[in-house]
Write a protein that binds this ligand. Structure first.
Ligand code: GLV
Length: 309
């Protein structure tokens, strides 16, 4: 019984060190340096290359190192007895809330515009919005979306939210299902996407849906790059229906140097850092699942491969 770490675009060494400290007698290999492929029963993954897990015939648990699992489900042909698990960590939810709050406040107080004005030494006062008069809509009411919605209400925003299945949340206007997507999008100043990526949610941030936001609406995408139809966003920014966007995730990461988003004055780019899995807290979650596998106990944070989250 041993563990393999299969990461792309993420340093596996700190994870190996943290896990080894908690599991001193367990072999923890970093792909592709695997001593005994048949001994691997547990794979810790971040964006694994297509079908590499097929090299480990006895793998029983594939643990995502993040909150999302589409990078595993969409890239691997998993055996029917294989379980996929993810990280559910309060720290991740709180980090996401802090990132979003920063983005929302800097948007309503127009900080990006002042940064540009400062470069040109322009003293130009602009009208700003207030928390009380700003309506935020959130797409996705999983663990992280629920936390973000609750905290934004506490700050004083008017908050609406949309999920696939019915949810209720105190002081949040909740909508669910495709028929109600329009209801959540209209009368919205700031749209925040925290949905998981599935075949249903792919391209959900498109011309039709984003056009429903209020004039001068703002988009924050912390879901996945594939949720956004990039040219539709550019159209809506260029025709001034939307006033800007804060994007943390992209179809291609790192964002290619020649991508038009880099140069757009109304787009703020962050390099997929809205909520980075914390090794200290999350390695404990991984170890719990590894031990549960060893002891034939129920795994935690299991996802539905069918649903994709
Ligand atoms: C980050 O994008 C994650 O999936 O946790």
């Amino acid at each position: 019984m041993s563990i393999v770490i299969c990461f792309n675009n993420k340093d596996p060494k700190p994870w190996q060190k943290a896990l080894q400290a908690k599991l001193p007698d367990t072999t923890i290999d970093i792909y592709p340096n695997v001593t005994d492929a048949e001994a691997i029963t547990f794979a810790l993954c971040w964006k694994p290359e297509a079908n590499i897990l097929a090299q480990f015939p006895n793998v029983k648990v594939v643990q995502s190192v993040g909150a999302s699992v589409e990078h595993i489900i969409q890239s691997q042909d998993l055996a029917s007895d294989c379980v996929v698990t993810r990280i559910v960590d309060d720290r991740l939810s709180e980090d996401m809330f802090e990132f979003i709050l920063t983005g929302v406040l800097s948007h309503i107080k127009r900080f990006a515009e002042y940064q540009t004005a400062q470069k040109e030494k322009q003293w130009q006062q602009k009208l700003y919005k207030t928390i009380k008069t700003t309506t935020i809509s959130i797409l996705g009411l999983g663990k992280i979306g629920t936390h973000v919605a609750t905290k934004l209400v506490q700050v004083g925003f008017t908050v609406k939210a949309w999920s696939k299945s019915e949810k209720t949340l105190e002081n949040v206007s909740c909508f669910h299902g495709n028929n109600c997507l329009t209801d959540v999008l209209q009368n919205t100043d700031i749209l925040i996407n925290i949905l998981p990526l599935t075949s249903v949610t792919e391209n959900i941030l498109n011309l039709e849906n984003l056009s429903r936001l209020n004039k001068n609406g703002y988009l924050i995408n912390v879901g996945r790059g594939e949720h956004l139809v990039e040219n539709d966003l550019l159209t809506l920014l260029n025709n001034q229906h939307l006033s800007g966007a804060l994007l943390d995730v992209f179809r291609t990461e790192p964002l290619p140097e020649n991508h038009p988003f880099w140069e757009h004055k109304n787009i703020t780019i962050t390099p997929h850092i809205a909520a980075i899995t914390n090794i200290e807290t999350a390695s404990g979650i991984v170890v719990t699942n590894y031990k549960n596998l060893l002891n034939e106990k129920e795994l935690i944070n299991v996802v539905s491969i069918q649903k994709g989250y």
